[in-house]
Design a protein around this ligand. Structure first.
Ligand SMILES: Nc1ncnc2c1ncn2[C@@H]1O[C@H](COP(=O)(O)OP(=O)(O)OP(=O)(O)O)[C@@H](O)[C@H]1O
Length: 319
């Protein structure tokens, strides 16, 4: 048996399935990102894994110990399996240090002291130890919340989009920092998000969830190059439907822009992005709008252009 096991979890709300039959095996210290659109069942899944929600069937195990749900356990939740979500609650009238210390109150005083000092150091919060939450930025508050959740050294950490209130730069910085820290601590981490970019910051070990079921899993390279569905393909980039071919698509970066030969269109819109211009091209025959990358920034709105691609780059996708 691996370290953290989720076996055939099913859950419905008022007759509607939120999780169809979810299973998972993780080794100690492994990281996993679960990516899915809004409503795909991510939060429900994490709450069940943490023992905070009653499932209809299936079981969760941490090594040999079953994680019991609130129907079976008087005080729901476990110290070893910690869930962190966006609506973290810091005590507004307690300092950073007091917030981090709170989960440690029933522990040995000398152990608590060592832990709180270590966490302040690891999270770069030493200089803020005597500040109140309102005197901190959003990112610093989230660090305090995560530090408090780590105070009692959980073995499994479940992250439910806890960074969504941060701007992209702050968010990516924090995920990078946490990733390094979790590796050091050998914490097992499951991160759920709707944003593939965020997921990939932590790990490229991915499960893609849709309507409560796993649609594909694997590493990011495999999923990007061999997506089985449009849903998975679109997580990585937009895809253009090839006219007169069923279920055949091409990514914007795989389309070559030529002055003759191929599918004729003209540029109807252009966006400047960091590494390329993103063109909207209206195809002459079908009238479809394609999104195509122009890395040389050669084309302008109104230009005629021919589109070509290599057959091996065509994605054949079912739904
Ligand atoms: N307490 C509840 N009562 C009824 N339906 C619920 C409840 N919690 C979740 N659901 C439904 O279950 C499905 C999965 O919800 P869940 O919150 O797990 O999805 P999610 O992937 O986390 O979504 P988001 O990314 O928007 O947070 C949704 O259709 C949701 O409406």
């Amino acid at each position: 048996m691996s370290f953290f096991n989720v076996k055939k979890i099913k859950k419905s709300y008022q007759g509607t399935a939120a999780l169809r039959e979810f299973s998972l095996n993780l080794d100690r210290g492994e990281f996993l990102s679960i990516v899915g659109e809004s409503g795909s069942g991510k939060s429900t899944l994490l709450r069940i894994m943490a023992g905070l929600e009653v499932q209809d069937s299936g079981q969760v195990f941490l090594e040999k110990e079953e994680i019991l749900n609130p129907k079976k356990k008087l005080v729901p939740g476990y110290d070893q399996v910690k869930l962190i979500h966006q609506d973290y609650h810091l005590l507004p009238n307690s300092t950073v240090l007091e917030n981090i210390r709170r989960p440690l109150l029933q522990y040995d005083k000398s152990y608590a002291k060592v832990r709180e000092e270590k966490l302040l150091e690891q999270f770069g919060l030493k200089e803020f130890r005597d500040r109140f939450p309102r005197q901190l930025s959003g990112g610093q508050q989230q660090k305090v919340a995560i530090a408090a959740a780590l105070a009692i050294e959980p073995e499994v950490l479940l992250l439910d989009e806890p960074f969504s209130s941060l701007d992209t730069i702050q968010k990516h910085q924090l995920i990078d920092e946490l990733g390094r820290m979790f590796k050091e601590l050998k914490t097992t981490v499951i991160f759920v998000t709707h944003d593939l970019d965020d997921a990939l910051r932590l790990t490229d070990n991915l499960i893609i969830l849709k309507k409560g079921a796993v649609v594909q899993n694997g590493n990011s390279f495999d999923l990007c190059t061999n997506p089985e569905s449009q849903y998975v393909a679109r997580l990585f980039s937009p895809i253009n439907a090839i006219p007169d071919q069923k279920n055949a698509f091409i990514r914007p970066n795989e389309v070559k822009l030529r002055s003759k030969g191929g599918l004729l269109g003209h540029v109807v819109d252009l966006r400047f992005l960091v590494h390329f211009n993103s063109l909207q091209i209206k195809l002459k025959e079908s009238g479809q709008i394609w999104e195509v990358d122009d890395p040389q920034r050669k084309y302008q709105v109104g230009d005629r252009v021919y589109l070509q691609w290599e057959e091996k780059k065509v994605l054949r996708l079912l739904s």
